[in-house]
Design a protein around this ligand. Structure first.
Ligand code: 5AD
Ligand code: SF4
Length: 466
């Protein structure tokens, strides 16, 4: 099933900031008019890339599968942990040879924002450096490149206006990502996001709902609302819609069958969100609620704005309703000064909450962040040891949790077809991956009932019940 592109061309603001360097031989390349776009990082980055691809397609560019076939090579980067950022420079090294063939190379995303014009010093073969808050200027920046400017930057963190989904080419024909809030106003001591994505800006509720209606008409049945702290949403219109009201309003749009949202911050996670999930079956029964640590002492050092007890109250609120709501979380091990006893508290938290899934990371010191200067760094081997223990414990929890689901039946939105015959996959409302068999010929994009016949720690195995 293919989907028409949803072009909704918006305004451009601001001035491109460029310096007139010797023109790159852009118009002379045999691959002119084509682009290759590689994306690293989170769902926000995936969605940003959809926006970038939309901007380029609207200018008449064609997307290609390999850097070799492209005239313009774009790399949408992540700098949340050091490893991700390092990868960018090694990838840029690989691209170096390509510039000599007249290709234009651009760095987008968080590394672009963080490193800024220094990228031109470290990798002089790069011609475009643009952070996510400046993507609204991309058409203008691309025009500068096309007219021969060799070093073009978009590095403002645009606080006046929210970047809206002006021109988007969505990758998935059934599920649409939609940014409702950009940037972050929290100040977690380990995190680069407030620096790379700028301060929090919420999008107008009427504009969000207008786009949801367009998406539903185009056949997208699952809407996933995105934001670094999605539930900190503050409607800038006089309507002042609360986040929970927005969830209900999105679910009420004809054609929408599922609404997801990520990522929630515990401090802004209010009762009315849980009540909305309980009242409206179209709002998926899943909450991603990063805790980061099970120790209040470490949470304080992380500047997470809640104690373990306050976090557990939110968990009790979610678990206390009639609908079974799956909870997933993020945990960082080896934060500076994390003692064995703090780590034990994190393990106890896993035992207590029994999360449906977990994303776990070794602490990575990042530029500009307050925790960079903290004493008592944890040695790398110790971080690895704690991570392995944490992941083992969680694997056991998921194994037991999923095993209990054998015999149950779930609704699955079918999003994958395996090469093996009669094998399909998709996600339940609780965000569990289900691999299942069906005799049907075409199921992609449909909702089916799947009976669970087996389980692994990370997925369910089942059969289509007709
Ligand atoms: N080191 C390790 N993990 C980090 N995260 C954010 N910053 C860092 C860092 N400096 C993790 C947090 C966050 C997730 C997206 O990435 O757990 O929730
Ligand atoms: Fe980073 Fe904290 Fe903001 Fe999440 S809430 S993006 S961890 S600063």
């Amino acid at each position: 099933m293919s989907k028409p592109f949803d072009f909704d061309i918006g305004r451009l603001t601001g001035e491109a900031n460029y310096s007139g360097r010797p023109p790159a031989d852009f118009a002379q390349t045999p691959e002119r008019g084509t682009f290759f776009l590689e994306t690293f990082g989170c769902q926000m980055n995936d969605h940003d890339s959809e926006k970038v691809a939309g901007v380029l397609l609207a200018r008449g560019y064609r997307q290609v599968e390999t850097p070799e076939a492209a005239g313009l090579i774009l790399y949408n980067t992540c700098s949340i942990r050091e490893k991700a950022a390092q990868k960018v420079f090694s990838r840029l090294g690989e691209y170096r040879a390509k510039q000599s063939q007249g290709k234009i190379i651009g760095v987008l995303g968080c590394v672009a924002q963080q490193e800024g014009e220094d990228i031109f010093e470290r990798a002089p073969w790069v011609s475009l450096v643009c952070g996510s808050a400046s993507y609204r200027k991309l058409p203008e920046l691309i025009a500068q490149l096309e007219s021969g400017n060799h070093r073009v930057t978009g590095l403002d963190t645009d606080t006046e206006e929210t970047f809206e989904t002006e021109i988007t080419r969505r990758d998935n024909p059934f599920r649409a990502y939609l940014t409702i809030i950009e940037g972050c106003d929290k100040a977690c001591s380990y995190c680069v996001v407030p620096y790379t994505r700028g301060p929090e800006r919420s999008r107008a509720s009427d504009s969000i709902l207008r786009e949801v209606r367009q998406l539903a008409e185009l056949g997208y049945s699952e809407i996933q609302l995105l934001g670094q702290t999605v539930n900190s949403y503050k409607d800038p219109t006089p309507r002042k819609m609360r986040f929970a009201e927005l969830l209900l309003a999105v679910a009420g749009v004809p054609g929408v069958r599922r609404v997801r949202f990520t990522t929630s911050h515990p401090s802004d996670f209010t009762k009315d969100i849980v009540e909305a999930i309980e009242a409206q079956p179209k709002i998926c029964e899943h909450v991603h609620l990063p805790v980061q640590s099970g120790s209040t002492r470490v949470l304080r050092a992380m500047q997470r704005t809640y104690t373990l007890e306050e976090y557990l109250e939110k968990i009790a609120m979610i678990r206390g309703v009639s609908r079974p709501i799956a909870i997933s979380t993020d945990i960082i091990v080896g934060f500076p000064g994390e003692k064995e006893a703090d780590f034990e508290e994190t393990l106890c938290l896993l035992d207590e909450v029994k999360y449906e899934s977990l994303f776990s990371f070794k602490y990575s010191p990042r530029p500009n962040t307050p925790s960079l200067k903290m004493d008592d760094a944890i040695p790398e081997e110790e971080k690895s040891r704690r991570l392995a223990i944490l992941q083992d414990r969680q694997r056991e929890i998921q194994k037991a949790r999923n095993a209990r689901l054998v015999g149950d039946t779930f609704e699955v939105l079918v999003s994958g077809k395996s090469r093996r015959e009669n094998q399909w996959s998709g996600y339940t409302s609780s965000n569990r991956l289900a691999n299942f068999t069906s005799q049907e010929q075409e199921l992609l994009g449909t909702y089916v009932q799947v009976r669970v016949t087996g389980a692994t720690p990370n997925s369910l195995v089942g059969e289509h019940v007709v």
